[in-house]
Design a protein around this ligand. Structure first.
Ligand code: SF4
Ligand code: SF4
Length: 328
């Protein structure tokens, strides 16, 4: 049954997407509407593509719902399904309607391929949107519009519904693995230890190409069995492990998870604790899927990733945790 709240989020998203149409039309005008020879698009033209405009609109709407304490599971599910569809699946359908939603460059490629082969406009825009949404916070890109993040969040909710007990991983351990993978990428890829030879030239390869769950959303078969394993296995493993631990790919592998964890420490909006009234019952900590809530209670300076899942803010019976401005 469609609930009143799902209807209202549907209406809000429709209004949001419709209101972005004039901006997209303006963008199309700027790019010549697909007619004739086109110059390489500039920053603004890429930013005005439907993919980025809708990402910003959805994230803005989510922020309002978080700050006004209106976000709940009945709103979360359609928003996360929409992000999974728009930014992961839709480009595979080959429909003109979704031509502006290509996943490329994926967030991981935008960060790592830029380091390897130089910064190009679509990569710069992807990184700018990710960093902007992380700076506004609370991790609005990873939490709500990343298709790999969204599907892991949906699986976490499904696992809760099925009463599957998930294991909370130690953040020091997951952070160490995430950092080590990044260091290995710098060493193996930047030194071209990992490489291929094309037309007699040595071309460095990205270590992340072998562990990139985003590739799972490119639903075309690869030439060989090994290629298919490299292409789909990280995504399949991510989906399986998401049933037993919270967002395994984000916490353990993703370089964007690592970068945004650094940036989120200075984000404008985050989960904040009302000072002094906390009875230290630890209810929110035990119900949270993440290692972050315990550090929020302790008011640690550096905190693990918060994906604004809303579990902790909804589990405090005294209503002491909420999304708000830093230091308020
Ligand atoms: S950490 Fe990576 S995979 Fe996870 S939500 Fe962020 S960008 Fe997506
Ligand atoms: S439980 Fe709280 S701290 Fe943990 S990810 Fe969700 S909102 Fe963030």
């Amino acid at each position: 049954m469609i609930t009143k709240r799902i209807k209202s989020v549907g209406v809000l998203l429709t209004v949001a997407c419709l209101s972005s149409l004039p901006v997209m039309a303006f963008a199309q005008e700027r790019t010549g509407g697909g007619r004739g020879q086109q110059a390489a698009p500039d920053f603004i033209q890429v930013l005005l593509r439907p993919k980025f405009i809708t990402m910003l609109v959805i994230a803005g709407l989510v922020l309002v719902l978080l700050l006004t304490r209106k976000m709940n599971n009945k709103l979360k599910v359609p928003i996360l399904l929409l992000s999974t569809f728009l930014y992961g699946i839709s480009a595979n359908l080959g429909l003109k309607l979704f031509a502006g939603f290509s996943m490329h460059p994926s967030p991981i490629c935008a960060a790592t391929k830029s380091i390897l082969y130089g910064f190009r406009i679509p990569m710069i825009v992807t990184l700018a949107v990710i960093l902007f949404l992380t700076l506004v916070g609370p991790k609005l890109f990873c939490g709500w519009v990343c298709p790999v993040g969204a599907i892991q969040e949906l699986i976490a909710m499904l696992a809760d519904k099925a009463k599957i007990k998930r294991k909370k991983l130690n953040f020091r351990l997951t952070q160490s693995i995430r950092v080590l993978i990044f260091i290995a990428f710098i060493f193996l890829s930047l030194t071209a230890t990992l490489h291929t030879v094309s037309n007699g030239q040595v071309v460095a390869l990205s270590l992340y190409d072998y562990i990139n769950a985003f590739h799972g959303y490119e639903m075309s078969l690869q030439p060989t069995f090994v290629d298919n394993v490299v292409h789909f296995l990280p995504f399949v493993l991510t989906l399986i492990f998401a049933f037993v631990t919270y967002r395994p790919f984000c916490y353990i592998i993703c370089p964007i998870g690592l970068i945004t964890n650094v940036v989120e420490q200075i984000a404008l909006f985050r989960v904040v604790k009302k000072k002094d009234a906390c009875t230290d019952c630890q209810d929110c900590v035990s119900k949270s899927p993440c290692p972050t809530t315990a550090e929020i209670l302790k008011e640690s300076v550096l905190k693990p990733d918060c994906f604004s899942c809303t579990v902790c803010t909804r589990s405090c019976s005294l209503d002491l945790l909420r999304f708000g401005l830093k230091n308020k």
